[in-house]
Design a binder for this molecule. Structure first.
Ligand SMILES: NC(=O)c1ccc[n+]([C@@H]2O[C@H](COP(=O)([O-])OP(=O)(O)OC[C@H]3O[C@@H](n4cnc5c(N)ncnc54)[C@H](OP(=O)(O)O)[C@@H]3O)[C@@H](O)[C@H]2O)c1
Length: 346
């Protein structure tokens, strides 16, 4: 018998991607699609492309109370930050919680405040949450009942950066430029996201140290490198006219004498057996090759002691719902790759 998986905030972009992944997952037997705004309405009224699910039972959106009564094995929260934690609370210690928002990502309340301008909503649970960057925290994820899925920018930045900064970097400034498709901002209508504003147009926003993901990236960079080097991260995102997809270019200074073969060795050591990290020195990755897949594609270029790291992900899959399912697989002892596409488009 398979497990029962519930979703909160199903009608958003990550929720709809998650529905599809769970529908195809061989160990998930039932899906409980939760929605505050569409309770009782058919799933197909919001998401006609999903078709007739065999796992969604009534095919209608459920309230939080209806989901609680069903005692799901796992609850995925696809809600906005500062709203998610309170909605997750009633499931604590009853179901495994996998939260896609930022509410449980940063254990230090001061760092959270710096990013979100408010105290973390349910402070007392922060120490019990695990940061679900799977390739770095597999062991703790396996025994955790509260998993915080990393943000999309942090996922695409940290995966190439952590091994390089930990073993090859010489401290100092790290400069990150990141490009994101507009689905990264969610489904809520905003003038800057409408077609006429974004098509044939691009811009930087929240530069330097002002984007809310900068404290999250800096926090986990420090957590994994503080014994070797100190780094200061400058992160500038850009909105590009793509629906989904994310490209990140990171520049850091490496120690004198670092060679391409050292970089190969470090990536091999960390990701040699990771099914969803693809390292290819010979090819700078493109967003389309990761679109629809749970893969992070990584390459690099070494110029003297300046190391350029390139990474691409699909923000809605490896950057959100796919990574959430990867966490579920580890937590429930399933094969890590189950139900997750490894290959993107051509
Ligand atoms: N989009 C990405 O690429 C991405 C990547 C990584 C992480 N995330 C994070 O994942 C979460 C979901 O993102 P998304 O892009 O799917 O967002 P979204 O498209 O805006 O959907 C969020 C959903 O949450 C519910 N909701 C909205 N406002 C709410 C409120 N104030 N209180 C309670 N429920 C509310 C709504 O669903 P119902 O009406 O059905 O309840 C809404 O459809 C966010 O925390 C986001 O930061 C997103």
């Amino acid at each position: 018998m398979g497990i029962t998986a519930a979703l909160l905030g199903t009608t958003g972009y990550t929720g709809m991607v998650l529905l599809r992944l769970l529908e195809g997952h061989p160990e998930v037997e039932r899906i409980l699609p939760g929605s505050s705004s569409k309770t009782g309405e058919p799933v197909s009224s919001v998401d006609p492309g999903f078709g007739t699910s065999v796992k969604c039972g009534s095919h209608s959106f459920l309230s939080q109370d209806q989901i609680l009564a069903e005692k799901p094995d796992v609850v995925f929260s696809c809600l906005p930050h500062l709203a998610s934690a309170a909605m997750c609370l009633p499931f604590y210690k009853k179901s495994v919680i996998i939260d896609l928002s930022a509410d449980f990502r940063i254990p230090d309340p001061d760092v959270f405040y710096k990013a979100y301008g408010e105290q973390p909503p349910v402070k007392e649970f922060l120490s019990g949450s695990v940061y679900g960057l799977v390739e770095w925290h597999r062991e703790t994820i396996a025994s955790s009942d509260l998993i915080a899925v990393p943000g999309c920018y942090p996922t695409a930045t940290l995966l190439p950066l952590l091994p390089a900064a930990k073993h090859l970097g010489s401290g100092g400034n790290i400069i990150v430029n990141a490009l994101s498709g507009v689905s990264g901002a969610g489904k809520k209508a905003k003038e800057m996201l409408i077609f006429a504003e974004r098509s044939e147009n691009t811009c930087a926003y929240s530069p330097g140290r002002t984007h809310r993901h900068t404290p999250e990236i800096q926090y986990y960079l420090d957590a994994h490198t503080k014994e070797t080097e100190n780094y200061t991260l400058y992160f500038t995102p850009h909105l590009v006219p793509l629906k989904r997809g994310m490209e990140v270019t990171t520049v850091l200074t490496v120690k004198d004498g670092v060679k391409n073969s050292d970089i190969t060795s470090v990536f091999d050591e960390y990701y040699g057996t990771s099914p969803f990290v693809r390292i290819n020195k010979a090819h700078i990755p493109e967003t389309r090759e990761t679109r629809g897949s749970n893969t992070c594609s990584i390459s690099w270029y070494l110029d003297g002691n300046q190391l350029f790291l390139f990474s691409c992900i699909d923000n809605l899959v490896k950057g959100a719902s796919g990574q959430a399912v990867q966490n579920m697989n580890i937590r429930f002892g399933f094969d890590e790759t189950l139900g997750l596409p490894a290959y993107g488009e051509v």
